[in-house]
Write a protein that binds this ligand. Structure first.
Ligand code: GDP
Length: 365
């Protein structure tokens, strides 16, 4: 008997035999076809129409490591280039915990109040953060992530800073072609990534915190020098006085710096991203900056300098990856390194040997 419960002694109880266990692999899945890759023309057309799916697919190609994808991506970028440039590119940096995501959420909504569209991109070359968990993660920007006019894209996954930054820079072009007239580029305020962000934005906003008592000590001078605006977040509750004190300290520290090439004197403001206090004031400052640099010609000059910078950066990055990603070079580098470490060859001779091999054998192939 299949089910003991069906014996006559258990009257009133009938157990039907169950349905067959489904296979662990869903057989229907195999029938689902992957969407064919759109052509370059279709992608460009979609992007220019503001189609988010096409934009996302093109960005995925920009980020892809495959040479085929890269080739298509470059074609798409080139076709989009004439439609790009018409945006305000704003870099936002601050140490983890400074309140970048909270602030970007409210800054973003504020910007979108006057219409237009906003893309939030990120640069974070450190591997442990690039799994989409921290920077650019949609869940960190609750309101923006559901806003129809916002496009949020996490940092391209780990790689050299130059590579990650180039991809973000290319993504800016695509977003602008898709009609995003506000671009935020976020980065963690630790390390070199600020320089990369600075080289692709018009305005660089540094988010700082007060209340630690040693405000100015932990700040790398270089980052402060890059900032067009410093904003002290969390100016709420008992923190207001400390934020004001920090504001005064930053203002006097800034006076010691040489004047910026833009002719603009960086401003220092306090605000609260969480309680949404002082947000319009921060944005008024940014508006004033754009008026100022557009009037004195610095805006255009900086953009052309950045274009030149990215031309060389792209060359450097391609040369470096062509060299370091070659398996034979990798092998020879390891051998050379071992000889140098064992004092059997000088660093210069070891470098020359590998480079000679690269120029004479690999490049000629
Ligand atoms: P991020 O790491 O720079 O992106 O910082 P988050 O936006 O994740 O914020 C870090 C923490 O600071 C979170 O717990 C926020 O709730 C808190 N926070 C952010 N902005 C403010 C603010 O304006 N005031 C206060 N009191 N807390 C804030």
């Amino acid at each position: 008997m299949e089910h003991i419960e069906n014996d006559s002694q258990f009257a009133g109880l009938t157990v039907n035999s169950g349905v067959k266990q489904p296979p662990s692999v869903n057989p229907y899945l195999t029938k689902r076809k992957r969407k064919p890759m759109p052509t370059v023309g279709e992608m460009v057309e979609g992007i220019l129409k503001g189609d988010i799916t096409m934009l996302s697919r093109a960005v995925t190609l920009v980020e892809s490591l495959s040479a085929d994808h890269q080739a298509i991506a470059q074609e798409v970028i080139e076709k989009c280039l004439p439609y790009s440039g018409n945006s305000r590119r704003i870099g936002i940096t601050g140490v983890p915990g400074a309140g970048k995501s909270t602030s970007i959420d409210v800054f973003g909504l504020h910007v979108l109040k006057s219409g237009g569209k906003l893309a939030v991109l990120a640069i974070d070359p450190s591997s442990e953060r690039t799994k989409g968990s921290i920077l650019g993660d949609k869940t960190r920007m609750e309101k923006l992530s559901v806003h129809p006019a916002a496009f949020i894209r996490p940092s391209p996954s780990a790689g050299s800073l130059g590579g990650v930054a180039r991809k973000t820079r290319e993504t800016i072009v695509l977003c602008e072609a898709a009609g995003y007239n506000n671009i935020f580029v976020e980065t963690v305020g630790v390390g070199q990534s600020e320089t990369a962000v600075h080289s692709m934005v018009d305005f660089f906003l540094l988010i700082q915190l007060a209340g630690t008592g040693d405000e100015l000590q932990g700040i790398k001078r270089g980052i402060m020098e890059m900032a067009d605006g410093i904003v002290i977040n969390k100016a709420d509750g008992d923190n207001v006085d400390r934020a004001r004190l920090a504001q005064a300290q930053f203002r006097s520290a800034l006076m010691l710096f040489p004047p910026a090439a833009s002719g603009w004197s960086p401003e220092v403001l306090t605000y609260s991203g969480y309680f949404e206090l002082g947000i319009p004031e921060v944005w008024d400052m940014i508006d004033r900056y754009f008026d100022f640099v557009k009037a004195n010609g610095y805006f255009e000059r900086k953009r052309s300098e950045q274009a030149r910078y990215w031309m060389y950066e792209t060359i450097n990055e391609r040369l470096r990856s062509s060299f370091y990603n070659d398996p034979e070079i990798e092998r020879r580098l390891a051998e050379g390194e071992a000889r140098v470490l064992a004092n059997r060859q000088t660093s210069f001779a070891a470098a020359r040997d590998v480079l000679d091999f690269y120029f004479s054998d690999i490049l000629k192939k």
